[in-house]
Structures are given as structure tokens and as C-alpha cells.
Write a protein that binds this ligand. Structure first.
Ligand SMILES: Nc1ncnc2c1ncn2[C@@H]1O[C@H](COP(=O)(O)OP(=O)(O)OP(=O)(O)O)[C@@H](O)[C@H]1O
Ligand SMILES: [Mg+2]
Length: 608
């Protein structure tokens, strides 16, 4: 039987799983970790880095390191979310040729799908290493609230990575599959998924006969851990400005360090009541001295900074229950998914809202990937009795005269589905109609997402309203939309599968697939240790060179002596690990090396 990877391509972390001997299992990456940071970087030498290795060098190579690409996938250049990302990301985002979004790394331009493909390709490679056999089929998860453009672009990413994406499924639904797998229960459950980039809530009915039926789903594709980090960053930046009159946002490296520290503090505050944020030599004041950032953040303050974000999640839950026509007490189990649900304030709000303690039995980081693997196995093995009935998260329709949105398929309709409606011409002697396919929940068409358009020509000349055109919408099990229109008199028809909207044409996807193929060979033959070693050695040599000078300058202060001591021990650990060829340990030191290097540079370059 062919094996199918389940891939949770997260905003922050990617998790890969497979069903082994009937048991869903997470596949560890080459470093032995069960999740891989969804980060991609291009080094000065043009080398591609993915995952932990990309994350470790993010501070020193901020401009060429992409994180949270999922927030941009399938979005239009003009969307507010992209505008927001352009002003806050440490990497360069530009407009693509189809009004889409492209990323610039070391003077080369990439589509967002290509960046996601690099992560998927890495996943494919380590999974194949682990399984000791080639795997091409995959089920990839997307936030339930993703629209058609975002789903298409995710499928493109899979294709570029050389994967045959046999199904796209919604993340909360995947979580429910993993939760219900082998349990034989009949229950109505809510899956609350707050990850790095997106929030999703789904209400499902699971039955012991193996039917998983989604009743309602909703979410926000721009609400997640990144926004919580953003609040802490803002707080740090504002505080620093007040104290030193220096805007840290002007410095990409400082910003990347802030981001790192903010996320770390946020995570720590899930376990302790207060934490220290310490960023020595964060920036130079321009008056010949380096400035340090040092602040204490309490859990209470964090909660205050993020209160409205948590409230937004709860508001969406309220709406979803309404859509599902269910009362809170009809929800028999609440499942928490996503790293952000470790935050006590999030847990408390969920408990309070649903009036029950959430289920403790699922792993928030792994459950989505595991569910994707369960679905993958069921798709290739018909003996597995499992039926998944998902819904479309947004209404679908067309734009009619006067910019009105005419709905054909309401939100929360079970997919696959198809619906038809008859329209007429809006002007006298109109011989062509343009069908604008839209997705969204507003009555005003222009507020909704344009998925694609096509023209039906050759209509009979007649007074307005007399020519009838039937429009048919179809949504397949991936949640992907096809639309056709037919002149009822002549039978002439036009149709599209909404594709060009992912920002890539078919030819472009093919060209990228070909490029990716070339890369595959390269990625497999790279000796990982040699690469890491070279990078680490470069740092060690340069730090050693600066040592005497730095010591002379800072040894007079306690803080300085401590820093020197730390630097010494970092060098020692690195040299030791290089000698023992311990690639993982060398990599672990990389961030500390980069930090020390930067700090030393700051001291040395100061005039004394
Ligand atoms: N202990 C913790 N306390 C608070 N937040 C945490 C903790 N651990 C992880 N996080 C946050 O969880 C987020 C990552 O969660 P997760 O890995 O579930 O996201 P993802 O699946 O990559 O994203 P998405 O599902 O939105 O695409 C990050 O913002 C991270 O900072
Ligand atoms: Mg997730």
C-alpha cells in the first residue's frame, strides 16, 4: 500500500506524520525534533537553509530569512494583511506580476508558494530518510478559514516540492480526526486552534461509526502568536523610545532580536509569573555608545497587552456556536490545538466561555499532523471506515449588477457540493457576460475576495432580462472551487477551475517544479556538518581576534566581566563540538556565537 505523509504546514512550525502499522506517528526531523520551524533562509554563499538551521541564523541574516510565509500565501498585494507584513517583516516583500506577493532574498525573487515548497521539500526529504523509502503522496492541512486562493497556493507549493497532494484538509478537522481515531465515541466537540499565525474554531460531530461531520467553522487568518509577539515588541520599542529617544524599528537586526526575545518571554510567561528581557548592545545611540535593553515583563502585563486578541478568539467562538445553532452546554469536549493555547490567559478564557475544562489528552503541536496522516491512510486504504464531511468556511457567489454579491453556496455548507442559479442579462442587446467569482461574507461584492473571472460570449441580442444564463458552482473535497456558466438558449458554456489566482500560472508552477527538482539532488548530497562547521569556525576566528581589545575595554565592569566569561565558554563548547563532529551541538552554539560576535564588533568599532 502506498504511504501518505500528513503535513501540518504551520505558520511557525511544520509537523510531519505517517500511519505506521495502523498507528499515527510523528516523523522527527534530522535533528530529532518533532516539529520543524517554518523558516527558510538563503546564506551569503547562496545556500538554502530550512528549519532549525534557518532559525538559528535569523538574527545575523534577518533580511534573507523568511518566517511566517503562510501569512502571505495566496494573498493579493493590495490586501491589508500584506501591507501590514510589508511594514513589519525583516525580509523584503514586493508586488508580483499577477498582483500577488513575492519575496526577495539575496536579489532573487520568489513566490510565496516557492518558499513554502522549500519547507515541504525539506519535510519530504527527512521523512524519506526516516522511512527509508521514497514518498510522493501527501495530505496537507490548511487553516479552516483559508479561502480558495490560499488553498490553491498551498497545493502549488506541494507540487513545486514534488509532492502529489492527494487532499487538502482543514487543520481543526485534522485535529478532530486524530482525537477521535480509534476512540469509538459519539460526541459533539469544539476544536480551538490558536497557532503562530491563524485562529480557527470548528464544531464537529464525531460518531462511533467513523463519521466526522463538521457543523460549523470560522476563524481569522491573521490572528495568532505573531500578533501576541507583536504586542510585546511594540511595548519594548515604545519603552525604549521613551528612555533613549531611539527607534529600534529602524534597525532590522535589532528588530529580529526583539522578535526573538518577545516570543521567548511570552512562552516563558506561560510557566512563570515574570521574566527578564535582556538585550545587551541592542543598538548604538549614535553618540558613540551602545545601548542595552533590559526590562521585566510580568504575566499580568502580557495579559493586558494581549487582552483584545484573546477576546477576538472568544468572540469568533460565540459566532460559530450561533452558526452551528448550538448552546455552549451542548459541546461535550473542547480540544485545544496550537502552541498559543499554552498561554494561561487563553486557557482561562476558553474554560470560562465553554464552561468546562478543555481536554488534556491531545498534543497541541502534533495533533494536526497526526490527523492529516490518518486522513492520508484512509484515502489510500478503502478498508478503513472513515467518512469526513467538512464545510466551506466562506460563502461563494458572483458579482452582479450594482456590485452586489449574489450568494450561490452559503458558508458552512458540507463539501463536496454543487449549486446552480439562473441569471439574466442586465442591459439591452448584451451579447457577453462576465462572471466574477467571489468568496466572502459581505453583501457588497467588493468587500469579498475575487477568485477569478471569465466571459461568456455569443449571447442572442435581446432586451435586458431576456437571455438566461445558468451559473454552476462546484466545491471539491479540497475546498477548491470550479465555476461554469451556460447560455440556456444555445447551450454554449464556459468554465474555469479557479487557478490563476494563486498568483502563479500553470507554466510558472511547472518551471518552479523543474527548478525544485534540480535542487533536490543538491539538498540530499550536502554534507550538513561541513556547512555548520565552516560557519562556526568563521565566528570563532573572528571573535578570538577581537578578544584582547574587548577585554581591555569592558573588563572594568561586572557586566563586562560576566560577558567575557560567557564568551569564553561559548568558544570552548564550540571548539569541543567541532572536534567531536557533533553537528547538533555546533548548531546549538550558533546563535550564541552570532550574538557574541555582534556584541564584540559593537565594542571594537566604538572609538575610545
Ligand atoms: N509555552 C508557550 N506559551 C505561549 N505561547 C507559546 C508557547 N509555546 C509555543 N507558543 C507559541 O505558539 C505559536 C506556535 O504555535 P504552533 O506551532 O501551533 O503554530 P503553527 O501551527 O505553526 O501556526 P498556524 O497553525 O497558525 O499556521 C508561536 O507563536 C509560539 O510562540
Ligand atoms: Mg497550526
Amino acid at each position: 500500500m502506498e504511504r501518505v505523509l500528513g503535513i501540518d504546514l504551520g505558520t511557525t512550525n511544520t509537523c510531519v506524520a505517517i500511519v505506521e502499522e495502523g498507528v499515527p506517528t510523528v516523523i522527527p526531523n534530522r535533528g530529532g525534533y518533532k516539529t520543524t520551524p517554518s523558516m527558510v533562509a538563503i546564506t551569503e554563499a547562496g545556500k538554502r537553509l530550512v528549519g532549525h538551521i534557518a532559525k538559528r541564523q535569523a538574527i545575523t541574516n534577518a533580511e534573507n530569512t523568511v518566517y511566517a510565509a503562510k501569512r502571505l500565501i495566496g494573498r493579493k498585494w493590495t490586501s491589508p494583511q500584506v501591507k501590514n507584513a510589508v511594514s513589519t517583516a525583516s525580509y523584503k516583500i514586493v508586488e508580483g506580476p499577477h498582483g500577488d506577493v513575492r519575496l526577495v532574498l539575496r536579489d532573487k525573487t520568489y513566490s510565496v508558494a516557492e518558499i513554502s515548497a522549500m519547507i515541504l521539500q525539506e519535510a519530504k526529504i527527512f521523512a524519506e530518510d526516516y522511512l527509508n523509502e521514497p514518498v510522493t503522496k501527501a495530505v496537507i492541512t490548511v487553516p479552516a478559514y483559508f479561502n480558495d486562493n490560499q488553498r490553491q497556493a498551498t497545493k502549488d507549493a506541494g507540487a513545486i516540492a514534488g509532492l502529489d497532494v492527494i487532499r487538502i484538509i482543514n487543520e481543526p478537522t485534522a485535529a478532530a480526526l486524530a482525537y477521535g481515531f480509534g476512540k469509538n465515541v459519539d460526541k459533539v466537540i469544539a476544536v480551538f486552534d490558536l497557532g503562530g499565525g491563524t485562529f480557527d474554531i470548528s464544531v464537529l460531530e464525531i460518531s462511533s461509526s467513523g463519521v466526522f461531520k463538521v457543523i460549523a467553522t470560522a476563524g481569522d487568518t491573521f490572528l495568532g502568536g505573531e500578533d501576541f509577539d507583536g504586542r510585546v515588541i511594540d511595548w519594548l520599542v515604545e519603552g525604549f523610545k521613551e528612555q533613549h529617544q531611539v527607534d529600534l524599528r529602524q534597525d532590522r537586526m535589532a528588530l529580529q532580536r526583539l522578535k526573538d526575545a518577545a516570543e521567548k518571554a511570552k512562552c516563558e510567561l506561560s510557566g512563570v509569573a515574570e521574566t527578564e528581557i535582556n538585550l545587551p548592545f541592542i543598538i548604538s545611540s549614535g553618540r558613540n555608545d551602545a545601548l542595552h535593553l533590559q526590562r521585566t515583563l510580568t504575566r499580568a502585563k502580557l495579559n493586558e497587552l494581549c487582552e483584545d486578541l484573546v477576546e477576538r478568539c472568544i468572540e469568533i467562538c460565540r459566532q460559530t456556536l450561533e452558526d452551528a445553532r448550538l448552546e455552549k452546554d451542548e459541546i461535550e469536549e473542547v480540544i485545544l490545538v496550537g502552541g498559543m493555547t499554552r498561554m494561561p490567559a487563553v486557557q482561562d478564557s476558553v474554560t470560562k466561555f465553554f464552561g468546562r475544562e478543555p481536554c488534556k489528552g491531545v498534543h497541541p503541536d502534533e495533533v494536526v499532523g497526526l490527523g492529516a496522516a490518518v486522513q492520508g491512510a484512509a484515502l489510500v486504504d478503502e478498508s478503513r471506515e472513515m467518512i469526513l464531511l467538512d464545510v466551506t468556511p466562506h460563502a461563494l457567489g458572483i458579482m452582479t449588477f450594482g456590485s452586489k454579491f449574489e450568494e450561490l453556496i452559503p458558508k458552512n455548507t458540507t463539501v463536496p457540493t454543487s449549486r446552480s442559479k439562473i441569471f439574466t442579462t442586465s442591459r439591452d442587446n448584451q451579447t457577453a457576460v462576465k462572471i466574477l467569482v467571489m468568496q466572502g461574507d459581505s453583501e457588497k461584492a467588493t468587500d469579498n475576495e475575487l477568485l477569478g473571472e471569465f466571459i461568456l460570449t455569443g449571447l442572442r441580442r435581446a432586451p435586458k432580462g431576456q437571455v438566461e444564463i445558468e451559473v454552476n458552482f462546484e466545491i471539491n473535497s479540497d475546498g477548491i472551487v470550479s465555476v461554469s456558466a451556460k447560455d440556456l438558449e444555445t447551450g454554449q458554456a464556459q468554465s474555469i477551475q479557479v487557478t490563476a489566482s494563486s498568483g502563479l500560472t500553470k507554466d510558472e508552477v511547472k518551471a518552479m517544479m523543474d527548478n525544485a527538482k534540480d535542487f533536490l539532488v543538491e539538498a540530499r548530497t550536502n554534507d550538513e556538518f561541513e556547512g555548520v562547521k565552516q560557519e562556526a569556525e568563521k565566528f570563532v576566528t573572528e571573535i578570538e581576534k577581537m578578544f584582547p581589545q574587548v577585554e581591555a575595554v569592558v573588563a572594568s565592569s561586572d557586566f563586562g566581566r560576566e560577558a567575557i566569561g560567557k564568551a569564553r565558554s561559548i568558544l570552548e563548547k564550540t571548539r569541543d563540538a567541532i572536534a567531536k563532529r557533533e553537528s547538533a551541538v555546533v548548531k546549538e552554539q550558533m546563535e550564541a556565537l552570532a550574538r557574541t560576535h555582534r556584541m564584540f564588533k559593537g565594542v571594537v568599532s566604538r572609538p575610545h
